[in-house]
Each structure stands twice: as structure tokens, then as C-alpha cells.
Write a protein that binds this ligand. Structure first.
Ligand SMILES: Cc1cc2nc3c(=O)[nH]c(=O)nc-3n(C[C@H](O)[C@H](O)[C@H](O)COP(=O)(O)O)c2cc1C
Length: 405
């Protein structure tokens, strides 16, 4: 981000205060920020706050003689690497969709030759209004890039789609776009209005207060899926075993240790449209967990193991079963046969199979085969975050097709 120039258009919505945090983070990453505020935006945050945080004067007047002689609205609209509209009000989206230009913000959006990223924020009824739906569709068609909105509680007390993405998620979208990766922002929103539950990481089954049975899952793939689903507009709950990764931006993360805790957290997160079980859940736990540390003695202790709940099967058979249940199969042999058998045995819709013999756990890349009742497809080896993006797009299409039936 160092040296990148962001032209930030701040619209008049209650979420404008969150943009102060975005400006701070952009500056932290050494991007430069020029801010344009609409008249309504100034009702929500002060020009002084925006100017102080951005380190630049704010622009708000199309007919300012000083501004026009110093930089001019056309130059302002082009002297940037990216134009970001946040919060993008229903009004700004409508103006942009129809080419209206009656103030500085809308004029420069029409005049710019740079990519435009919008972060919509509005009441759920405004977002779901057919007029806004049409405007959003035509903006997407025109190549306008989107981050969010998310589903959740709104400032107005209602619940639904329309909440602005968190500053970290907007920042991630800006970084992607500046790197030349516009896939999510262009096609994103495929999961807008959906609720997705993802499990990730290993579980730990205690032996005594200090020791446990575990595995070497890093959680990289599951966390990347949760992040990708959030960026595609879903409301995401991530149930994570103990990992050394930060919580993904824009995702509600629940931290658990054992398989039983993971099952309880997943059940509590239902209902959902989609469940992706990417965690490496221990099949067994120790029947009697020692209350005190086991001491070295004449004889090595014998641990009796009992089976853990099968989270994937339990959720697939749950009365409130998500429409799409997706499991992972990490196999060391007979990958496809084992994945097919798992698909049937557990009653899920998709198995993402990967060979772990070549040390995939903990690595940054993965090669997966997607197994459904309809057949299999193997994707080339790629970074885990790219597998996540591709998988989320694939699952969003399945969900859409299922919905259309
Ligand atoms: C308290 C309050 C909160 C508002 N929040 C939003 C909002 O979140 N999103 C939105 O699209 N409009 C919101 N509005 C309406 C806009 O402020 C109004 O449409 C305004 O004309 C938008 O101007 P702009 O698009 O030029 O910034 C809100 C209005 C008020 C009074």
C-alpha cells in the first residue's frame, strides 16, 4: 500500500464514523488519502476529524474557486490509484448508476477514469428495495467493485443485509484491487444475505491437565474459507480449534478446544444456509481424563479411547440441516474412493478431498478434488486462499441452483 493514493468519497450514512478507522488504517499502511465529503456526510462526521486523520484538507464543494484553481475536480478524480466510496449511500449508488452529477462527489465519480470500489451501507429495506437492486445490478454490470454489505444488526434496530463491511474487510478489498485482483470485488456478493458456518483447525482432547491428543492442522484452509465467504457478502460464524492464526476480518469467530465443544458451538450457530466442516476433528478422546498430571512410573499408562461425536454427520442429519453441507476428507490413500464413501456415509452434499501424504497440513498450498453425487473435479495445486475463493464461488453457485429448483 506504500505510496498508493486513495480518493475516498464519504457518503451521508450513520456508518460514516467507521470510515475514520479505515482512514487511520490506510495511513498506517502508508497510503495517502484524499477525502471528499458529501453535504450529508458532514452531518455524521466532522470535516476536522477526516482532515486530521487523513493529513489532507477535505474536498466538499464543486464550485470552490480555491480548490478549482489548485487541483480542479477533474484532476482530483483522476489523481488517484483507486476511488473508494464508503459508506456508499443508497443515494450515491443511485446517482452513480444513473450518471447524475449535481455535487462534487457524484461529479468526480462520473469523471474518474480509475476503478471505483463501493462499500454500501443502508437500512435493509433500502438495500432490498427493487430500485436499489436494479441500481446495484447495473453498477456491477458496469464494472463497479463492491465490498459488502454484510448481514447483521443495524444501527436502526432492524436485522438484515445492508451493514457496512468492517474497516479491515474494506482494507483487504482495497489491497486485493491494488494488487490487480478484482475477482472478489467484481463477482462478490454472491453470498450476500446468506449465513455460513465454517469449522477450522484441529481439536485437542485432554489426557491430563497438561497433555492432549491433537493433530497438525494449521487452520489455514478453514480460516481462508471463512474469510472468502465473508468477502462474498455472507454472515460467517467460524468455529475454530486452537490455531496460531488471527481471527479473519468480518467473521464472528468462536474459539473451542475439544470436538464436543466444537459440535456445541456449531449447533448454536445454526440455522445456516451452508456448513463447511474444514476442521481436523479428533475421532477419539480419552475416556477418563486424569485430574492430575500423569506421573512416570514403572508402567506406561494405557489410554482407553472413546469415539467423539461426528460433527459432519450430526449436522447433515440435524432437523435444521443447512441446505449445503460440505465436508473435507484428508486422506493418505485411495483419495477419491474414500471421499465418495464419506459423502454417502455422512449424508453431505460436497466433499473437498485432499491427499495429505505430501505434507499439505500447515503448508500454504493445497490440491483438492471436489466430489459430489454428480461427479468429481480436480483443481490444480494453488494457494489455500485461492482454493478458498474458488470453493466459495463454486458453493455459491450450487446454493443458487438449489434455491432456483
Ligand atoms: C440518521 C440518519 C441516518 C442515515 N443513514 C443512512 C444510511 O446508512 N445509508 C443511506 O443510504 N442513507 C442514510 N441516510 C439518508 C441519507 O443521509 C440521505 O439519503 C442523504 O441525502 C444522502 O446523501 P449523500 O448520498 O449525498 O451522502 C440517513 C439519514 C439520517 C437522517
Amino acid at each position: 500500500m506504500k505510496g498508493k493514493r486513495i480518493l475516498l468519497v464519504i457518503g451521508g450514512g450513520i456508518a460514516a464514523y467507521k470510515i475514520l478507522e479505515l482512514i487511520r488504517r490506510l495511513r498506517e499502511q502508508e497510503a495517502s488519502v484524499r477525502a471528499v465529503m458529501t453535504r450529508a456526510a458532514k452531518e455524521f462526521v466532522t470535516p476536522l476529524s477526516v482532515a486530521s486523520l487523513s493529513g489532507n484538507q477535505i474536498f466538499d464543494d464543486l464550485f470552490s474557486l480555491t480548490d478549482e484553481t489548485e487541483i480542479g475536480h477533474i484532476e482530483l478524480s483522476r489523481d488517484a490509484d483507486l476511488v473508494v466510496v464508503a459508506p456508499a449511500t443508497a443515494d450515491l449508488l443511485a446517482k452513480l448508476a444513473h450518471g447524475l452529477a449535481d455535487d462534487l462527489a457524484s461529479t468526480l465519480l462520473l469523471a474518474t477514469d480509475k476503478k471505483i470500489l463501493v462499500a454500501p451501507a443502508m437500512n435493509v429495506r433500502m438495500w432490498e428495495n427493487p430500485v436499489t437492486r436494479r441500481n446495484v445490478a447495473s453498477l456491477r454490470h458496469d464494472g463497479i467493485l463492491f465490498v459488502g454489505p454484510e448481514v447483521g444488526d443495524m444501527a436502526c434496530g432492524e436485522y438484515g443485509a445492508g451493514r457496512i463491511s468492517e474497516p479491515a474487510a474494506i482494507l483487504a478489498a482495497i489491497e486485493d484491487i491494488l494488487r490487480g485482483d478484482t475477482r472478489v470485488a467484481l463477482h462478490g456478493g454472491q453470498l450476500a444475505g446468506r449465513r455460513v458456518v465454517v469449522t477450522s483447525g484441529p481439536t485437542r482432547e485432554p489426557i491430563d491437565p497438561l497433555r492432549y491428543l491433537g493433530n497438525s492442522s494449521s487452520g489455514k484452509q478453514g480460516h481462508a474459507i471463512a474469510a472468502a465467504a465473508a468477502r462474498a457478502g455472507a454472515e460467517v460464524v467460524l468455529v475454530s480449534g486452537p490455531v496460531a492464526l488471527p481471527d479473519p476480518p468480518g467473521v464472528a469467530t468462536r474459539h473451542v478446544t475439544t470436538a464436543s465443544e466444537m459440535l456445541a458451538a456449531v449447533e448454536a450457530a445454526l440455522p445456516a444456509d451452508m456448513f463447511v466442516a474444514a476442521a481436523a476433528v479428533a475421532d477419539w478422546r480419552v475416556a477418563e481424563v486424569a485430574a492430575q498430571k500423569l506421573k512416570k512410573g514403572a508402567q506406561a499408562p494405557v489410554l482407553r479411547l472413546v469415539e467423539n461425536p461426528d460433527i459432519l454427520a450430526r449436522i447433515a442429519q440435524n432437523p435444521g440441516r443447512p441446505r449445503l453441507v460440505v465436508g473435507f476428507a484428508a486422506e493418505t490413500e485411495n483419495l477419491i474412493d474414500n471421499a465418495r464413501a464419506k459423502l454417502t456415509a455422512k449424508g453431505c452434499d460436497v466433499i473437498v478431498a485432499n491427499e495429505v501424504s505430501d505434507d499439505v497440513l500447515g503448508q500454504d498450498e493445497n490440491e483438492v478434488t471436489i466430489v459430489t453425487r454428480g461427479g468429481t473435479e480436480t483443481w490444480p495445486r494453488m494457494r489455500k486462499d485461492h482454493v478458498a475463493l474458488k470453493l466459495v464461488a463454486y458453493l455459491a453457485k450450487l446454493l443458487e441452483a438449489d434455491h432456483a429448483r
